[in-house]
Every structure is written in structure tokens, then in C-alpha cells.
Write a protein that binds this ligand. Structure first.
Ligand code: TMP
Length: 221
């Protein structure tokens, strides 16, 4: 059985990843592809519990290293339970965030640096690399605005408190943003950057273009 394709979506909070992931999945369904869709943190029963702990604003005393360790605990479980079995059986996996998020948020935002994140990724995640990473990077101002609005809406709708990251200061998000740019420059073959303040439709088109290229490479493999 040929190995599947591992696609991740990345970006600052409110960049529109979730909307784009849904649209990408719908595009695939129309073509008879049935992707496995997951997210981090979360995506497994254990992961959902780790997610609740990580994102609750009452967890404000979490040390940066604890936060990073929990992100990796979640990820190791998701790889074992969902991602690796799917890839081994030839499936396409669409994952909302992966280790680039840890590098950007904990490495950059929390200033732990890239090295420790990449080392832990090797040890805990078998250095699993996405085949393609779609990095949505609209302007920082626009992203912050969207994150605030999204968080207000979520709290109103289901009373779930996932606001801990959105409470971060602008300097934190700026460091996250810069780290994402660094990752994209370091790995241009893997990371496709979708820049600018584009419409949902325009972003979708750019995503499809990048994904279609990888899919045709997969079929000729
Ligand atoms: P989400 O809202 O995109 O699901 O992401 C949840 C939050 O968790 C978001 O603010 C980014 C943050 N995060 C990290 O800080 N490190 C990580 O490794 C991951 C996966 C998410």
C-alpha cells in the first residue's frame, strides 16, 4: 500500500485555517477523496482533554516548558492513534496545526527557541514531516482582529473558554508571526505561504493549486 499524504494548515489565531480546511475537505470529497481530518491540540480522546487544559484561561500559571510538553504529549498520541495509521493505509491526512505551531508559539512566542522544539519533535514524533504545509499569513493586525472576534463569538455560543492564547499581548503574536516566517524561509519546499489580505475564495484557490500539485505527484509516485 503506497503511503498517503500528510498536509498541515498553519497560521496565527484567526487566520481562517478552520474555514479553509473545511473547504479543502469539501473539494477533496467532490473528487472522491476521503481525507482524515484532525487538529492539534485535540483530535483524540486524550488530546481533547489536554486541549481543554491548555486553552482554558484558568491555566494561566502554566510554565512555558509545561505548555510545550503538553503540546508534544498531545501530538505523540495523535500520531500513534490517528496520523500514522492513516498514512500507512494510504490516506490523506489534513491536520489543523502541527509542530510548526509549537515552534512558532512556544519556540517564538514563549521564547524557548527552535532547537528544543525540533529536538523534541525528533524524539517524541519520530521526526514525522508533513508533505505539504499551508501557512496562512494575513497581516498581523488583521489576524489579531479576527482572533478577538472569534473568541468573543465562541464564548457567547457555547460558553467554552478557549481564550488563554488570545489574551496574549501583541508582542507575543509578533514573535509567533516572525517565527512562522523563519520556518517558511528555512523550508520553502514544504511550506507554501499564502500571504496578503485575500478573500476566502482567493485563499481557497491558492490552497487548491498547491494541493493539486502534490496530489498529481502522489499519483505518479
Ligand atoms: P486553534 O485555535 O487553532 O485550535 O489552536 C489553539 C491554540 O493553541 C492556538 O492559540 C495556538 C496554540 N498552539 C500552541 O501554542 N502550540 C502548539 O503546538 C499548537 C498545536 C497550538
Amino acid at each position: 500500500m503506497p503511503r498517503g499524504l500528510f498536509i498541515t494548515l498553519e497560521g496565527l489565531d484567526g487566520a481562517g485555517k478552520t474555514t479553509q480546511l473545511k473547504r479543502l475537505a469539501a473539494w477533496m470529497h467532490k473528487r472522491g477523496i476521503d481525507p482524515v481530518i484532525t487538529r492539534q491540540p485535540g483530535g483524540t480522546e486524550t488530546g481533547d482533554r489536554i486541549r481543554a487544559l491548555l486553552l482554558d484561561s484558568r491555566s494561566s500559571a502554566l510554565a512555558p516548558l509545561t505548555e510545550m510538553a503538553l503540546m508534544f504529549a498531545d501530538r505523540a498520541q495523535a500520531i500513534a492513534e490517528v496520523i500514522e495509521p492513516a498514512l500507512s493505509s494510504g490516506k490523506i491526512v489534513l491536520c489543523d496545526r502541527f509542530t510548526d505551531s509549537t515552534e512558532a508559539y512556544q519556540g517564538g512566542g514563549r521564547e524557548l527557541g527552535s532547537e528544543v522544539v525540533l529536538d523534541l519533535h525528533k524524539i517524541l514524533c519520530g521526526n514525522l514531516q508533513p508533505d505539504l504545509t499551508l501557512l496562512l499569513l494575513p497581516s498581523l493586525e488583521r489576524s489579531l482582529d479576527r482572533a478577538r472576534r472569534r473568541n468573543d463569538r465562541t464564548a457567547e455560543k457555547d460558553g467554552k473558554d478557549e481564550g488563554r492564547f488570545e489574551q496574549e499581548q501583541e508582542a507575543f503574536y509578533r514573535r509567533v508571526w516572525e517565527k512562522y516566517c523563519e520556518i517558511a524561509n528555512r523550508e520553502p519546499d514544504r511550506v507554501v505561504v499564502i500571504e496578503g489580505d485575500l478573500s476566502i475564495e482567493e485563499v481557497h484557490e491558492q490552497i487548491i493549486e498547491a494541493v493539486a500539485m502534490r496530489l498529481s505527484a502522489l499519483h505518479t509516485r
